[in-house]
Design a protein around this ligand. Structure first.
Ligand code: SF4
Length: 348
């Protein structure tokens, strides 16, 4: 949905109008890889290619891929036998993999490698008879996939308030793991409370909250302290996007709103606002941020400064099913995040 240009009015405020643009923002390496995987699968095998769940949690990305021939389904039993199916970046449980095999589906696993890392941790701790306390949001696809790797030994911890009601069999053999896209601060608070109850609680071998989630939260914290308003671009079902709104409010933004598109920005949000902070979730193409900046410029916020708290250059190789071309030659990925963003811009 293109932005409606000149929709926002330039109204006077006390002080100079400006935008603080958080960096890093937008696409992470796992999202980039998953979106390319669907596009490559369409190129290689032709439409339709089925995708279990939204490939990433962004409605613009999903609708763009639908137009190219991807069909999004809730589960593998909706897919005709023998078809190609892509598993989303959020990962799947072994039961889903088996369900796809039972229908003779050609599966392409676009699970983010950082989610796969958590799956492996769950399997290893379960094998060693640990009880796993998984901090995450009930019903989120990533949580369902991770729990499915150790269903008998995993208890979900939704929030710090849940901790008092957790029961375990052996309090000395307990480990915590987490969803990759949570609020860092809230998760650390949950861990603190868990450790009060279970002093021998083991930590995961490395952070489960991923680099992209952490980096975007650090950047918006720095922006939020100076912002009268923060606009976060991203979809409502994107966990890391929604956390950015929460973090912005916690760290001093006077108001913070999430939008999928620039056209959702309301004139009244800008009343009396001198400094607007802007960021985007890890599944958001930069073109959507640019449209927000264009609309803000129409409203007098043309002075844009980037607030950079980290540089990111991580890239993941494609799923193994797509690493060779039709003739069996190695298909070097060769598409960096920057190249991809330009590609998305051209489609608009
Ligand atoms: S947000 Fe993190 S875990 Fe999720 S796809 Fe991106 S890099 Fe992977």
């Amino acid at each position: 949905m293109p932005a409606l240009r000149n929709r926002l009015k330039d109204t006077p405020v006390a002080g100079a109008k400006r935008v603080l643009l958080a960096a890093p923002r937008g696409y992470c390496a796992g999202v980039d890889r998953a979106v390319i995987a669907v596009e490559k699968a369409l190129d290689r095998f032709g439409a339709p290619v089925y995708v279990r769940k939204q490939i990433v949690h962004n409605i613009h990305v999903v609708s763009t891929l639908e137009k190219k021939g991807a069909i999004f389904v809730d589960d593998v039993d909706e897919v005709p036998e023998g078809s190609h199916i892509v598993f989303s970046a959020h990962g799947v449980s072994p039961a889903v993999v088996q369900g796809a095999a039972d229908r003779s589906l050609e599966a392409i696993d676009a699970t983010c490698p950082l989610v796969t890392k958590v799956h492996r941790e769950a399997v290893r701790f379960a094998k060693n008879d640990f009880e796993i306390l998984l901090i995450g949001h009930a019903g989120h696809e990533e949580v369902e996939g991770t729990m499915g790797h150790a269903p008998e030994r995993t208890t979900l911890v939704n929030s710090p308030a849940d901790v008092a009601n957790i029961t375990v069999n052996n309090p000395d053999h307990v480990v915590w793991l987490s969803q990759t896209t949570l609020s860092v601060d809230e998760t650390m608070e949950t861990v603190r409370l868990l450790r009060e109850r279970f002093p021998n609680l083991q930590d995961p071998p490395s952070d489960d909250i991923c680099y992209a989630t952490t980096n975007r939260q650090v950047a918006i914290k720095k922006v939020a302290v100076d912002a009268d308003l923060v606009i976060v671009v991203g979809s409502a079902n994107s966990s890391n996007t929604v956390r950015l709104v929460d973090v912005a409010l916690e760290y001093g933004a006077k108001a913070a709103y999430r939008v999928d598109y620039a056209s959702e920005i309301k004139q009244e949000w800008l009343e009396g606002v001198a400094t607007v902070g802007v960021t985007s979730g890890a599944s958001v193409p930069e073109v959507l941020v640019q449209e927000v900046l264009d609309d803000l410029a129409d409203a007098g916020y043309g002075d844009v400064s980037q607030v950079v708290t980290a540089e990111e250059d991580l890239m993941f190789s494609l799923p193994k099913e797509l690493r060779k071309d039709a003739e069996g030659n190695a298909d070097e990925r060769g598409l960096g995040g920057r190249v991809r963003q330009l590609d998305w811009q051209k489609q608009r």
